[in-house]
Design a protein around this ligand. Structure first.
Ligand SMILES: [Zn+2]
Ligand SMILES: [Zn+2]
Length: 256
């Protein structure tokens, strides 16, 4: 299984894109920097898009993706029912942009919405996908994705500290999680459901206590303006835990 990080940040510029991942060129997870990162042929290879939650920086490119694949769909969009509802009413609502669930043809639309139940594993394009609730300030699910040859990753989406029951449910070879801001903003992070390096350390201590190991960790959703500080603090956490923790970046490819 190969993971490509398309977007690794929470703010967009020429050099930073909003959070979006791509598994084996087939399954995208979150659609912040999806279309701006891929050629049209690469976009057409995507068979499914998994969405963690309805915040704009994670759903935005569903609009452009729907337009770009207008005649080649449908592509299946997986998310909580409530998240699909927000996308319908606020983004693809025939006011801001077309409802691609019915266009260009009702029987051959650009996008197809597929609601997921939390904690209920489903098979998507041959991959076992387990959606698990995480602790953000709106309903959010992380995804464990396991390939047919049993390689797995877990992506938390946006999250603050979680109860240890989350780590009882997953055993990934690669953990992708967020670190949005440095330690001095911990009060902001806790109020908005995000992690700092110190909170990540607490999460990883829970993970290791419950699972007995630490996977390789890659961070995303960094604030670009604070990335140097985040990087220094993450490196310190990695040293203290004896763990491999890398800041993700646009175009990063990881073999799992
Ligand atoms: Zn969010
Ligand atoms: Zn976000």
């Amino acid at each position: 299984m190969e993971l490509e990080i398309l977007g690794a940040h929470n703010c967009e510029s020429r050099d930073t894109k909003l959070t979006s991942l791509l598994v084996d060129q087939t399954i995208a997870i979150d659609a912040g920097g999806l279309t701006s990162s891929l050629s049209f042929p690469a976009q057409q290879q995507i068979k499914a898009i998994l969405i963690t939650h309805h915040h704009f920086d994670h759903i935005r490119d569903l609009a452009t993706f729907g337009m770009n694949t207008y005649m080649v769909g449908p592509t299946n969009i997986y998310a909580l029912d409530s998240v699909l509802g927000v996308i319908s009413t606020h983004l693809l609502n025939e006011v801001l942009y077309p409802d691609f669930r019915n266009k260009p043809f009702p029987d051959k639309p650009s996008l197809k919405f597929c609601p997921l139940e939390p904690n209920n594993e489903v098979l998507i394009e041959g991959y076992a996908v387990l959606p698990l609730p995480v602790n953000h300030n709106v309903p959010t699910i992380g995804y464990q994705v396991t390939s047919p040859d049993k390689k797995s990753l877990f992506y938390t989406g946006d999250t603050g500290r979680n109860s240890s029951s989350l780590w009882q449910a997953v055993s990934p070879g690669l953990l992708i999680t967020e670190v949005t801001m440095p330690n001095r903003f911990e009060f902001v992070a806790q109020a908005s459901g995000h992690l700092t390096p110190r909170l990540l350390k607490e999460e990883l201590l829970d993970f290791r206590r419950i699972r007995g190991y630490l996977p390789r960790v890659v961070t995303v959703h960094m604030s670009p303006q604070l990335e140097g500080e985040i990087g220094d603090e993450v490196a310190q956490v990695a040293k203290e835990l004896g763990a491999t923790i890398t800041l993700g970046y646009e175009g990063m490819r990881i073999a799992i």
